[in-house]
Write a protein that binds this ligand. Structure first.
Ligand code: ZN
Ligand code: ZN
Length: 261
């Protein structure tokens, strides 16, 4: 039995002092692979270093919607070069965050469109971040053909109809620790309806710590609490959720069975 944490941020300062311990605990909890996402220029090198020095860690690079305003003439050239690294398995996270609005909305939209194009050139699946921008995200994914190389709607927060449209475009839906929260009844009903064959689990560590560790820093070993909750909601065994979400993650990220440990 093995789990995959399909989305974490191991390069963030929250892990600086005990990264090796965090990765060791993930292995001990049967988290076979961690996909770590470098969201801005200052993090990309570190993301690649961590992936390069740990067989169980893969990298994802791109510019987060929060940082969209920092993109300049050099950014896409740099990303083109860095994404040639063999440990890079997807492009992202990209999308729209109309909750925090750390970059102006029109710039987020423009950079989202451009980065879908870049990911398509690179032949990589995309990791989509959508917060409070469901309709706009759907429209851009449709018009830019964002699902051409597959991808993931990470930390999904839309309704069932949105999930269905994304799946039809070629995306998987990734569930984070927020599914374990007390107020998640509506979201749990949505996840119940999404076929297990289209679902992944993630931590988004260091954020979104699941129950029973809410309030503490999140880490990849905690992905099992999210998988357990998915099993409970869908009334299947934990082992089934682990097996199917692992298979789904390996498929999206293009890792063949030959690379299984
Ligand atoms: Zn995100
Ligand atoms: Zn993230």
């Amino acid at each position: 039995m093995m789990l995959i944490d399909s989305h974490a941020h191991l390069e963030m300062p929250e892990f600086e002092s005990d990264l090796e311990e965090v990765i060791r605990r993930a292995k001990a909890s049967r988290v076979g692979y961690i996909f770590t996402v470098g969201t801005e220029k200052k993090d990309w090198q570190r993301t690649l270093e961590i992936a390069g020095s740990h067989p169980s860690v893969y990298a994802i690079l791109g510019v987060h919607p929060h940082n969209a305003k920092e993109i300049n003439d050099q950014t896409y050239g740099t990303l083109r070069d860095l994404c040639r690294n063999e440990k890079v398995k997807a492009y992202g996270e990209i999308g729209l965050d109309f909750f925090r609005n750390l970059s102006p909305r029109d710039i987020q939209v423009e950079r989202f469109r451009q980065q879908i194009g870049l990911a398509r050139d690179l032949g990589l699946p995309i990791i989509v971040h959508d917060r409070e921008a469901h309709q706009e995200t759907l429209e851009i994914l449709e018009s830019e053909k964002g699902g051409d190389h597959g991808g993931i709607i990470h930390c999904f927060s839309g309704d069932y109809e949105m999930a269905r449209k994304c799946i039809d475009m070629g995306f998987c839906i990734s569930v984070a620790g927020s599914i374990t929260f007390n107020k998640a009844a509506r979201f749990q009903e949505i996840v119940k309806r999404i076929p297990l064959d289209d679902l992944l689990v993630e931590t988004d560590a260091p954020f979104l710590t699941p129950v029973p560790f809410r309030g503490k820093r999140n880490e990849p070993s905690f992905v099992r609490y999210t998988a357990q909750k998915v099993a409970e909601i869908k009334n299947v065994s934990f082992e089934t959720v682990a097996e199917v979400t692992t298979k789904n993650a390996l498929r999206v990220y293009g890792l063949g069975k030959s690379s299984w440990k």
